[in-house]
Design a protein around this ligand. Structure first.
Ligand code: 5GP
Length: 240
């Protein structure tokens, strides 16, 4: 499949149109950013690990009945996906309190809430993706009530599939961010990649962070952590 033009020229992800108007190629780079792209670095192998992790997670979700825009892995750093019209709204799931929720509410990182927490954010670089609630999402026309119900039920399913899967490879799925979009036929699918860039992953045995927080907090060994997640995910039979 040939690339015909660039749709999204991001730092760590680039999206290309293809000869087929309904399909795009997503290409992962070795670049990493944090704090609104003020902090940047190149992590050798990151593109390969993120693409591999994303492809594997999309496959697992599809096998478990969650529709996603993923079609197939094309190479170490590229995957073919359906082109969706993405809803500008992030859905964040928190199984353990960390990051912005810990800061906002003055809570210790690591507290397990009584129920998983679901946050919605309006996707806007200028506004820094502000937190919104259900009625705001409906009021500004991001989604209909029916779509919102469907998004919550799909996100619960994603979490119900991924928490035990990560646990089986010795990792706690602390939190993750995902997004949804419409397929050409109008159906709703998960249209985002889940990787250590968009999820917090803590090693169960050591508590070590295996995600972007290593870069955010200058913990070092970022590439090694992403590689570790990639290797555990792609060799799951070894953990059975
Ligand atoms: P927090 O709200 O604590 O900053 O983030 C919660 C989770 O969602 C973290 O795993 C974080 O990496 C992910 N997340 C939040 N916003 C974004 C975003 O704009 N891009 C990506 N890739 N992940 C995000």
């Amino acid at each position: 499949m040939e690339k015909t033009g660039i749709v999204h020229d991001g730092v760590s992800i680039k999206i290309y149109d293809t000869e087929d108007p309904e399909k795009v190629i997503i290409s992962f780079t070795d670049e990493i950013t944090a704090y609104k792209k003020i902090k940047k670095a190149v992590i050798k192998g990151k593109g390969k690990y993120c693409n591999g992790i994303s492809c594997e997670i999309s496959r697992i979700l599809q096998e478990n009945g969650v529709p996603t825009s993923f079609i197939e892995k094309l190479s170490d750093t590229e995957q073919l996906c359906w082109k969706t019209s993405v809803i500008p709204m992030e859905v964040i799931v928190r199984n353990v309190i960390a990051g912005s929720m810990a800061q906002r509410l003055g809570l210790e990182e690591g507290i397990v809430p009584k129920e998983p927490v679901y946050d919605l954010c309006y996707k806007s670089d200028i506004l820094c993706d502000p937190l919104i609630n259900d009625s705001q999402a409906l009021a500004i026309g991001l989604v209909s009530q029916e779509e919102l119900n469907q998004i919550y039920s799909m996100t619960q399913k994603v979490n119900a599939v991924l928490v035990p899967m990560f646990k089986s490879i010795g990792i706690t799925l602390v939190d993750f961010k995902t997004e949804y979009g419409h397929m050409p036929d109008g159906s709703l699918v998960m249209s985002d990649d889940i990787t250590p860039d968009s999820a917090r992953l803590w090693d169960i045995a050591t508590g070590q962070r295996l995600d972007k927080d290593r870069f955010r907090h200058d913990n070092g060994k970022v590439g090694e952590a992403y590689k570790d997640v990639y290797e555990r995910l792609t060799n799951r039979e070894k953990f059975l």
